[in-house]
Design a protein around this ligand. Structure first.
Ligand code: UN1
Length: 532
């Protein structure tokens, strides 16, 4: 969690710099990164990069582009393999740092780091592919070829909920394909970002290829980096965060004719049909709703339950919700979720209680902030050490309600009753987002219809809305993004452009479409005449 420094920090608190041209560059203003579960624990002080420092980082990345883009792709791939090995070596330390800094459980933090390792493994060998095509020409003695070329300097801004995996989804393919980078990580996870970049530099990235600038978003380093598109210093932008900010980035990128990667919000539906294995569905729904305290972009937003099993599902789901263990994941290994990543997310989440009451939904369980006086039975530790939220369940939620439509990014879920697969799909599609989705059913036709008709970039059948594997296309439709995909082979499209090459060795001017020597057909053959 980040905090603007007001009091004098303890003398032993270390101050870190931006990493520009592989050198530590300090800024006058700093902010602190704090343990999300215990706000008195400071991890370090990080710089608020100035506009001039961000500009300098972009210029440095521009300068490093020529050398890096000319480095053979298999050599770049081997370096990425080295990053993967460094991450494997430091997996435990980095996972513990992520748990301390942003508050996810250690099991999840290990998954976060593993996703980055998987990404390195995938792209290590992609350095030996990055295939282009040889294409037949319509002319003799002429060859057609296609090449993937890097775009140039990539500006990257990421969120704090996946401090290692989601940056790696962008950094690794961007670098592998020969681009250079300026990255502004979330102010909620600067320590993880610093450690990640140090490991990437350790693997041998030449100076200036990957630059790290710290600071806030609005009016700070994030906005400065975005504005570098207008200064012509960036050739690509990649962003994970809110739909509102994504739209602004899209507009600025658009007027500069750049195609940004935008991974934005979600209000992901999880459907439970009448024939579902209810134990499996309850387990999946519980994890999708409350895992990471609901602070994944793939967390479930609405659980859409088929009428015949509604009461049964609701009873089991509530029973399971009441026993969830919550608390400081640094101290208690078996909690399902920890604190809010920051106070801002907590405050925004609290608002939805007013929406629920005003819009006429029914609160089945949960009550805002966990306090010493009011805590769920499964809460362990000191609730006042940070911002912890009750697992919250609503019912009677309908499509017109704000909490049905809006991403609340916290441990809250809505139960929505429907009748049959048609109504279930209609409800699932009735939001302005389309990131992830899930259905629990053993009816193959229903699963097939859901898969085909759901408006979402990702769909799970009999599994949670979360948990995309590192080599599958990640991204959404509608308000969840602009159609770009991260991960696997698909992401390469977003960090390269195609160059088509005509190589004419004929020694004469051969004009395509005009000089092409097509073969003239002979006289027409009438088959019935042949056998008359
Ligand atoms: C995110 O919340 O921004 O599919 C990413 C998942 C994870 C990634 C989530 N692999 O839940």
């Amino acid at each position: 969690m980040s905090q603007v420094e007001t009091s004098q920090p303890e003398a032993r608190t270390k101050t870190f710099g931006n990493l520009i041209d592989n050198r530590e560059v300090m800024s006058e203003q700093t902010f602190s990164s704090r343990n999300s579960s215990e706000l008195s624990d400071v991890l370090g002080l990080f710089p608020e990069a100035t506009e001039e420092q961000v500009r300098e980082a972009c210029r440095v990345a521009q300068g490093a582009f020529k050398g890096w883009s000319k480095t053979p792709a298999p050599v770049r791939g081997e370096l990425i393999g080295g990053v993967g090995r460094a991450l494997e070596r430091e997996k435990e330390a980095l996972s513990r740092l992520a748990t301390r800094e942003m508050g996810k459980t250690l099991k999840e933090a290990r998954g976060d780091v593993q996703e980055a390792i998987d990404t390195c493994h995938f792209f290590q060998s992609e350095g030996r592919r990055l295939y282009g095509q040889t294409v037949p020409s319509e002319m003799p003695n002429k060859e057609l070829l296609t090449y993937r070329r890097p775009l140039g300097v990539v500006g990257i801004v990421t969120a704090g909920n996946f401090p290692v995996a989601v940056p790696a989804w962008k950094l690794i393919p961007a670098l592998l394909t020969g681009n250079t980078v300026v990255w502004k990580p979330s102010e909620d996870a600067p320590a993880c970002a610093y450690a990640l970049v140090k490991l990437m530099h350790e693997a041998g990235l030449p100076a200036g290829v990957l630059n790290l600038v710290f600071g806030g978003g609005k009016g700070a380093a994030g906005e400065h980096l975005i504005s570098m598109m207008d200064e012509g210093l960036l050739n690509k932008f990649a962003f994970t965060g809110s739909t509102a900010v994504g739209r602004e980035i899209g507009a600025i990128a658009g007027r500069n004719l750049l195609h940004p990667t935008l991974e934005l919000g979600g209000k992901n539906p999880l459907v439970v049909m009448r024939d579902a294995d209810l134990d499996n569905a309850v387990g999946g729904a519980l994890w999708a709703s409350f895992g990471t305290g609901g602070q994944r972009c793939t967390s479930a937003g609405n659980i859409i339950v088929d009428a015949p099993v509604y009461d049964d599902f609701k009873a089991r789901f509530l029973e399971a919700t009441k026993t969830i263990k919550i608390g400081d994941p640094n101290k208690f290994g078996d909690v399902l979720y920890g604190p809010f990543i920051n106070e801002r997310f907590f405050t925004r989440w609290l608002e939805h209680y007013d929406w629920g009451r005003e819009d006429g939904a029914t609160l089945l369980y949960g009550g805002g902030r966990v306090t010493p006086e009011a805590k769920p039975t499964g809460f362990v530790g000191d609730p006042e050490a940070s911002f912890y939220g009750w697992p919250t369940v609503w019912e009677g939620v309908t499509k017109d309600m704000r909490q049905f439509q809006t991403e609340v990014f916290g441990p809250t879920i809505n139960l929505v009753k429907v009748d049959g697969i048609g109504e279930a799909i209609e409800a699932a599609n009735a939001v302005a987002y389309g990131l992830s989705s899930a259905i629990y059913t053993n009816n193959r036709l229903w699963a097939h219809r859901f898969k085909e008709e759901i408006q979402a970039g990702m769909t799970s059948i009999n599994n949670s809305t979360t948990g995309a594997e590192a080599h599958m296309p990640f991204g959404g439709v509608k308000g969840s993004g602009n159609g770009t995909r991260e991960s696997g082979i698909w992401v390469i499209e977003n960090y390269t452009y195609w160059q088509g090459v005509n190589d004419d060795v004929s020694g004469t001017l051969q004009l395509a479409q005009m000089d092409t020597a097509y073969i003239e057909p002979q006289a027409e053959v009438d088959v019935s005449d042949l056998f008359a």
